[in-house]
Design a protein around this ligand. Structure first.
Ligand SMILES: Cc1cc2nc3c(=O)[nH]c(=O)nc-3n(C[C@H](O)[C@H](O)[C@H](O)COP(=O)(O)OP(=O)(O)OC[C@H]3O[C@@H](n4cnc5c(N)ncnc54)[C@H](O)[C@@H]3O)c2cc1C
Length: 322
């Protein structure tokens, strides 16, 4: 029990907290509700095609992270985005797909997948108690919540956990944009350039061909379309069929003469922060509870990573000698 930490969520922020703590000799357990690690950096298989369905690439401006990127690049975990790059800033992709970075970070960490946390509560024995779907109970000295903030707050509410009012209201203010992602396997090559395209107006926001990105093989084209923030908000509940039909005219220039042979919709309820928190992380040493993720360190992969590292530093300062 001594120096044990349970971390909810195996996205990049939670995994970095876990790695840093383990490097200091602390005991961790990561609980992840999905079948794989990576969270919003996830990769999806649809038939024989593979799609990056969330984050498409990431950039790094923080000098501390630059050193990590250099190491990840040396180890073949990340590489520069293939194809044309319209900006000067390096765009990094993980290999073999975006989930590859999370998988590398997760190596040798104690992680329980398919473990959906339903409630967290402070136990009178002086430890955090975590209810996992299926009836498992996990106890630890410290609790880290790296899930999107509204999801984390739901877990606290389910266990009757009270935070200091000013902390609670700062967390209540955090909000996210949704994003609808349409994944389309084509029977011929797409018209999407190798470097993907950011679209600044209309109902689409982003398009990339995962074959040209070097992720998907065995199919002529596997295209990820992200819909605009406004359209995703308004049409969040629309069916897959309805969305493909409504957007047929917008998809057509990218699909060209090919036909869609398989389509899939993924709904991201919490895609990127709309209202962020303003601090890099939240750590309450008296309650031994912390929060991290992109809502804290700044939107996007880099911000989530910065937040995880910041929270790990705070916790490490409080670790009891082993
Ligand atoms: C469509 C889309 C496009 C994006 N494009 C880019 C991009 O191009 N570049 C970029 O830098 N960023 C992009 N982002 C943002 C980037 O993906 C995120 O900022 C980053 O991955 C967030 O990491 P995180 O660790 O904060 O959270 P997450 O990755 O969300 O990790 C949280 C984890 O907690 C788990 N979890 C939640 N609730 C529970 C529970 N009750 N029990 C157990 N586990 C739970 C989730 O399954 C998840 O794995 C994009 C995001 C989306 C959705």
């Amino acid at each position: 029990m001594k120096n044990s930490t349970v971390i909810i969520g195996a996205g990049i922020s939670g995994l970095l907290v876990a790695r840093e703590l383990v490097a200091r000799g602390a005991r961790v357990l990561v609980l992840e509700k999905s079948r794989g690690v990576g969270g919003r950096m996830s990769t999806k298989r649809v038939g024989s095609a593979v799609f990056d369905q969330g984050a498409q690439f990431f950039s790094v401006r923080d000098e501390h992270l630059e050193a990590r990127i250099a190491c990840w690049e040396r180890n073949g975990i990340v590489e520069r985005w293939p194809g044309d790059n319209p900006t000067d800033e390096a765009r990094w992709v993980a290999r073999p797909s975006m989930t590859g970075l999370a998988k590398a970070l997760a190596k040798n960490l104690p992680i329980k997948l398919k473990s959906q946390v339903q409630a967290v509560r402070w136990h009178e024995a002086g430890a955090w108690e975590v209810d996992v779907a299926g009836g498992e109970l996990v106890r630890a000295d410290r609790l880290v919540l790296s899930s999107p903030v509204p999801q984390s707050l739901t877990l606290l509410d389910a266990g009757g956990v009270k935070l200091p009012p000013e902390v609670r209201s700062s967390l209540d203010r955090v909000s996210y944009h949704p994003c609808l992602a349409l994944l389309a396997t084509l029977d011929g090559p797409s018209n999407v350039p190798a470097g993907g395209v950011k679209i600044n107006e209309g109902r689409l926001r982003w398009v990339a061909d995962n074959v040209r990105k070097g992720i998907a093989q065995n199919v002529p084209a596997a295209v990820t379309f992200h819909l605009s923030r406004e359209y995703s908000e308004e049409h969040y509940g629309d069916s897959e069929e309805a969305l493909f039909a409504q957007l047929a005219d917008e998809l057509r220039p990218w699909i060209g003469d090919a036909a869609i042979v398989a389509g899939k919709l993924h709904r991201w309820r919490f895609s990127e922060p709309k209202t962020g928190h303003g601090q890099r992380c939240v750590w309450l040493p008296d309650q031994r509870i912390g929060f991290c993720g992109d809502a804290f360190g700044g939107p996007r992969v880099e911000g989530a990573a910065i937040s995880g590292l910041a929270l790990a530093r705070e916790i490490i300062e409080d670790l009891e000698p082993a």
